[in-house]
Design a binder for this molecule. Structure first.
Ligand code: DC
Length: 209
């Protein structure tokens, strides 16, 4: 079974997807880590992301491996966030990543998180969730996480949101059939509980919880 969780940065996708996966004993797929890894390799090698995306070995997981090297921390640098957002707008990068992600989730039970899981990677996912929150709340969460100024985060976030939404290929938007959850006034526990309810409704249709 595949649970697809999409939405903009700071909506809580990573925390929610990770917690849901743990609770259900599904495997968690952080697709953003794959775009970040490609962007990091492109910066390091001075080559366009599209030229190398197909040949890199990116293993997302508890630790993120790029051609066997642990890049878990390196891919969180602000310069890599910016480069990843640009790389993710390139259709050649997207198709290489989507193909790999499809292959990964073709067997077993997954909670896959990103921007295009429900729309492109796994349109047949049994559960599709689109998490949102107000821009201010999303910036506040990111700022608290990174220990930086919320105003700066909001400005940069607005640019990346716009790029993710306006791109011609796989723009960020709720998939058909996705349940849209606004997390602005919800706790992590409340969001996780709601997603688990949706999964259980698929496993036990008509059941009472
Ligand atoms: O979720 P994140 O911040 O780690 O994602 C990094 C970048 O990759 C971000 O600009 C959005 C993009 N991305 C994407 O376009 N499609 C995905 N499935 C995941 C991430």
């Amino acid at each position: 079974m595949v649970v697809a969780i999409d939405g903009p940065a700071g909506a809580g996708k990573s925390s929610v997807a990770y917690a849901v996966a743990r609770e259900l004993s599904f495997t968690y797929l952080d697709s953003g880590a794959m775009y970040r890894s490609v962007a990091l390799a492109a910066i390091e090698r001075g080559e366009p992301a599209a030229a190398i995306a197909g040949s890199l070995r990116v293993q997302p997981g508890e630790r993120v491996l790029l051609d066997g090297r642990d890049v878990t921390d390196a891919i969180r640098a602000p310069a890599v966030s910016e480069a990843a957002s640009r790389a993710a707008a390139d259709p050649r990068v997207r198709s290489a990543m989507a193909a790999r992600q499809r292959q990964m989730i073709s067997h077993g039970d997954w909670v896959a998180e990103g921007r295009d899981i429900g729309t492109v990677v796994a349109p047949d996912a049994e559960v599709k969730v689109y998490l949102t929150a107000t821009p201010e709340e999303r910036a506040r969460r990111r700022a608290a996480e990174l220990c930086v100024d919320a105003g700066t985060v909001l400005a940069e976030q607005t640019i990346r949101d716009e790029r993710d939404r306006a791109r011609a290929h796989s723009p960020l938007k709720p998939a058909p059939g996705a349940v849209v959850l606004d997390t602005t006034n919800l706790t992590l526990e409340q969001v996780v509980a709601r997603v688990i309810e949706l999964v259980k409704a698929v496993c036990h249709p008509g059941g009472h919880h």
